[in-house]
Design a protein around this ligand. Sequence first.
Ligand code: EPU
Length: 294
Amino acid sequence: MEAGAGDGARALLRILRDLPGGLRAEELLAPHTTFRIGGRAFALYEPPTEDALAEAVVRARSHGFPWRMLGGGSKLLIPDRGFPGLVLSTAGLRSWHEEGEFLRVGAGVPLARVARRGAWALAGIPGTVGGAVAMNAGTRHGSIAEQVVWVQALLPTGRVHTFSPAECGFTYRDSLFRRLRLPVLAVGLRLQPCQDLAPFLRERAKSQPLGLPSAGCVFRNPPDGRSAGWLIDQCGLKGARIGDAVVSEHHANFICNLGHARASDVLELVDHVQDRVVSEFGVWLKLELEVVGE
Ligand code: EPU
């Protein structure tokens, strides 16, 4: 953590300490990510309600502190130097209301729970509902946008707005919420009839390195229909390693953390993969992984 961090952490504690829920200063973020990489935040706040989250964002903003949301931490690379501001965890937003084929869930509900209840196309995707909506998470069988009925998100003014599916601006692995950095608070979903998820989970376990820390697929698939994993594999990059960051032997679109990988190792490996793929295939692979601070 850089010089001045202690002052930043103290100032954040001062402006947030009367809010309900857990507030921790100088929290190490690596354990909050599936990559297990990243330095400290000035503060990590876990609001127990949507109102508390909204109030914390308004206060951080009015005091000029950078802030960002943290769901399951599954598509995130946090720099080694950490995050000089407030990280808001959605872990406390776990409301769950079912009415017939409709489900209303808080942003912090694990996606796996929703997949089991009636979203089989999302089986095996880590993370939370809020994060999944923000990045329109999906598999080859479909994405969450197909089941969204509405999304409640926080506007920059501090007001909560309910977005219709058309207003959500969903595209491949993206949405208005990600583009405009609007925190997702709650989501209404249409459930599908229940199915046995075991075949989907087996398929994923067979083709992906689930045993090592990673952030899932690092690159988006290019629009020409080819798979980023296939392109990287064809360049002979499986096993390419910088520090403890390695291109998975199992699926080439995964970078795994062998134990002590640093964010800088991952970024160097990302550059190396992009360079090789563009020189062999003329395709520039875009990141699906969100690099904090970029
Ligand atoms: N392939 C290779 N080598 C590899 C990886 C893949 O040759 O190292 C080939 C496969 O054999 C297959 C093709 O590439 O012929 C496609 O591979 P796969 O079925 O694994 O699909 P993908 O396009 O690589 C997408 C999603 C995954 C999702 C799977 C399964 C993206 C970027 N990735 O992967 O999502 O799990 O389909 O539905 O859209 C994620 O988002 O974290 C993620 C992993």
